[in-house]
Design a protein around this ligand. Structure first.
Ligand SMILES: [Mn+2]
Length: 243
């Protein structure tokens, strides 16, 4: 695997393109070019899109510029790895062939330069997520996907757009954030006991680097408030901010 490794998550590309969205995309494209110049590998750890449901014949035009950037970067030899998030589980052949080098299931292990990484989008990990885990089983089932793909794309995307706007609450009170980090640290610790050096997660829209005796936890933040990314230079993993 080519290194340095770069990790980003929760870009949440929107279906309507505001000035803020344009700015976000400009930074994202510069970042992708930067990874390419450094001859590194790019890991997108979920929720690149605010919504992605891949139909057999249709792709959403609102993402066209970023899709083109990814495709171009991949053609130029950049390895782009994708871990689906809870907004974009529904990837198919267009994602796996045209956009990304490889799609990993949520929660996979990787070894690079003698270090072991565990990489997950991070949804459904917490004890409070029990209901969500059932919901996730349903909406990622073959039956649900079969049914949903008969929904007209304009309708499917409109519904998802509405749903995602409705459920968008990325800012949480401080106590909540602290509780999340403490539970994630405990969860990561179990992996450190099993030989993992670095535990990387997205999803929580907060940035955190937790150094323990046995390994390091990185919570990746997002590209809405932070433009944060994980960076592994071949020796150490750290959390950085794209300016
Ligand atoms: Mn998420």
């Amino acid at each position: 695997m080519k290194h340095p490794l770069y990790f980003i998550s929760d870009i949440h590309l929107r279906l309507t393109i505001s000035e803020i969205e344009k700015e976000k995309r400009r930074h994202l494209k510069n970042f992708i070019n930067h990874v390419q110049e450094k001859n590194g590998s790019l890991f997108i750890v979920g929720d690149l899109f605010d919504f992605w449901f891949e139909y057999n014949y249709v792709i959403p035009k609102a993402y066209f510029d970023v899709l083109a950037t990814l495709h171009e970067a991949k053609k130029n030899g950049l390895d782009i790895y994708y871990i689906p998030g809870n907004h974009d589980f529904w990837v198919k052949d267009f994602a796996s062939e045209t956009l990304f080098t490889q799609i990993y299931p949520d929660g996979f292990t990787l070894e690079c330069q003698g270090k072991k990484f565990f990489i997950t989008h991070g949804d459904g990990l917490l004890s409070r997520d029990r209901g969500y885990r059932i919901f996730k089983k349903i909406i990622t089932s073959r039956f649900f996907i079969f049914l949903f793909h008969w929904v007209h794309p304009d309708l499917g995307y409109k519904f998802a757009h509405w749903f995602s706007r409705r459920s968008r609450h990325y800012e949480h009170p401080e106590e909540y954030n602290i509780a999340v980090i403490s539970e994630l640290t405990e969860y990561a610790n179990n992996h450190f006991q099993n030989g993992i050096d670095y535990f990387i997660t997205g999803h929580y829209h907060q940035t955190k680097e937790v150094d323990t005796d046995n390994g390091k936890l990185i919570v990746l933040g997002d590209w809405i408030s932070y433009r944060s990314f994980g960076y592994f230079d071949g020796e150490e993993l750290s959390l950085n901010y794209w300016r």
